[in-house]
Design a protein around this ligand. Structure first.
Ligand SMILES: Nc1ncnc2c1ncn2[C@@H]1O[C@H](COP(=O)(O)OP(=O)(O)O)[C@@H](O)[C@H]1O
Ligand SMILES: [Mg+2]
Length: 378
């Protein structure tokens, strides 16, 4: 939680001074490949020093946006500005940007140190200076002793850090990372998430990080842009994206949410502050068999426990309502003893836990419960 507080502060700092030039600005950016609109009108400002995630499902246009920022791809329309300068006609090698690719693309025949020095050699930096900066960068990614090895003698996580060092040694003002942790197993990925965030903090460079993993985006970023079908659905801090999704797509893609018909609820419909036809609620906002339910502040439904998924400290309980819909509730596993599959359960949540406003209900309910249409309006 303390992380989200820090993120909010960063964001506040960045936006407090409106005259500060953004590190990266995308203006009406489009990219068409034949019939495919890969990027369909993207406007975005990323502040200097931000850890910014482009989050979205596969094929939503994230990589194409990154490649246009890097200069590997030319926009069909719109512009890319780096620190206020329109770089649309600047070739990739002249942009103050480096990219870390998912497959790392290390040179197998070179040592780790030679790999890291490579960009400096191309730029004709003198040998002693090259060696000094590469060695320093090796320390920054905490691989000081491994300079003499070849990439094949390293673990996946170590190779990832070499790729990072190789990009950072050029001291770009912006670092682009395209699913850089995708090839790592879960435990290593979680370690590297923390590490990447620390390194970014140490070097103070703007990171633009592409991922399809919502957990990764939420845990690492100062801000997130959620992509869908070549467009941005929402931009915000992890907290804003998770707690106040502005579209049904975001509510669905980021975290689990339940859609519950108001007519299933006991103290439900009609009172001020509640939604028209449905409630949308996150699993962790739902209590099972609460000792007291306040009909003014709380909403409740009754159903039959269908399934319990044990997940360590927390578990997920799925409850079937009489209208056939199911609701997932998150509970602490030490409370599971009181809940049995097949038993009746009362689920309750606070009215103000509802996630989406009325205007998007019909859309979200058809997206999440693609059953036969209801036609419940009198
Ligand atoms: N070079 C290309 N030629 C044709 N279509 C492409 C090309 N690159 C990407 N696309 C298409 O553009 C869309 C967005 O792709 P991409 O930016 O790679 O998405 P993401 O990185 O979010 O998975 C996809 O439909 C993809 O098939
Ligand atoms: Mg991609």
């Amino acid at each position: 939680m303390s992380e989200s507080v820090v993120s909010d502060m960063n964001f506040a700092d960045a936006s407090a001074s409106a005259d500060v030039v953004p590190a990266v600005q995308l203006v009406g950016l489009r990219k068409q490949f034949g019939e495919v609109k890969a990027v369909d009108g993207v406007d975005l400002s990323i502040a200097d020093g931000e850890f910014f995630a482009l989050l979205g499902p596969s094929g939503s246009g994230k990589t194409t946006v990154l490649r246009m920022i890097a200069g590997f791809e030319l926009p069909t329309a719109g512009a890319v500005l780096l620190h206020g300068q329109n770089v649309s006609s600047v070739p990739a090698y002249d942009r103050d940007v480096n990219t870390v690719f998912q497959d790392y693309a290390l040179f197998p025949h070179m040592t780790v140190l030679q790999n890291i020095e490579y960009g400096l050699r191309v730029k004709k930096v003198a040998k002693a200076e090259r060696r000094r900066r590469a060695t320093e960068m090796l320390e920054t990614v905490r691989l000081g002793q491994l300079g003499g090895r070849r990439p094949s003698q390293l673990s996946g996580g170590q190779r990832q850090r070499i790729a990072l060092a190789r990009a950072l040694v050029n001291r770009p003002r912006v670092l682009l990372l395209d699913e850089p942790l995708g090839a790592l197993d879960l435990k290593l990925r979680e370690e590297m998430q923390v590490e990447l965030k620390t390194i970014q903090h140490d070097v103070g460079i703007t990171f633009i990080f592409v991922t399809h993993d919502q957990g990764e985006a939420l845990s690492m970023s100062d801000r997130i842009a959620v992509f869908n079908d070549g467009r941005i659905e929402q931009v915000g801090t992890p907290q804003q994206i998770y707690e106040r999704p502005s579209t049904p797509f975001v509510a669905n893609f980021v975290g689990t949410s339940n859609v519950i018909a108001a007519e299933m609820t006991m103290h439900g419909s009609g009172s001020a502050g509640t939604s028209g036809g449905h409630y949308t609620v996150r699993p962790e906002r739902i209590t099972i068999n609460a000792s007291a339910i306040d009909p003014v502040t709380d909403v409740s439904v009754t159903g039959s426990v269908e399934d319990i998924q044990y997940l360590g400290a927390e578990s997920r309980v799925r409850v079937r309502l009489v209208d056939g819909s199911s609701v997932v509730a998150g509970v602490r596993s030490d409370g599971l003893a009181a809940i049995a599959v097949g038993s009746t359960a009362v689920l309750s949540w606070r009215r103000d836990a509802a996630l989406l406003s009325d205007s998007v209900f019909s859309e979200v309910s058809s997206a999440m419960n693609p059953g036969p249409p209801g036609g419940r309006e009198p």
